[in-house]
Design a protein around this ligand. Sequence first.
Ligand code: RB5
Length: 148
Amino acid sequence: MSIYIGSDHAGFGLKNVLREHLKAQGQEVLDLGTFDAEVKVDYPDIAREVAEKVRTNKDSAGILVCGTGIGVAIAANKVKGIRAANVHDVTEAKFSRLHNDANIVTVGARTLGEETAKEVVDTFLTTSFEAGRHLARVEKITAIENEQ
Ligand code: RB5
């Protein structure tokens, strides 16, 4: 599975920590930036880039980091086919996959510690969608999207 990761300047440090954490596990991680914490970048730009990669690459997942994880989640969720979840702990990470089939996890560099963020992405990437009764609900999300 390809993992696309990105952040704005506020998420730069945590994004790099998560990228190295996953690479050390042998995961294929594609870093889409930002690459310089000193240059301020707008979070919708990087959210869009990661979201479009996840949308067009079937077997992939995304990780987005900004100050709170909120802005990147709002922006990524505007891209068709994206279900981005702003996650704060392992339980939310687990259920965002089991019940919502989230394909992007977002975390806040100013709101989450590094160790928690690592646990969040590990859980997100290793939990599968439960489907069953949750499938029809996720399909209803897609239906809303297709009506816009
Ligand atoms: C940047 O200062 C900050 O607004 C951004 O990283 C993010 O937290 C927005 O949701």
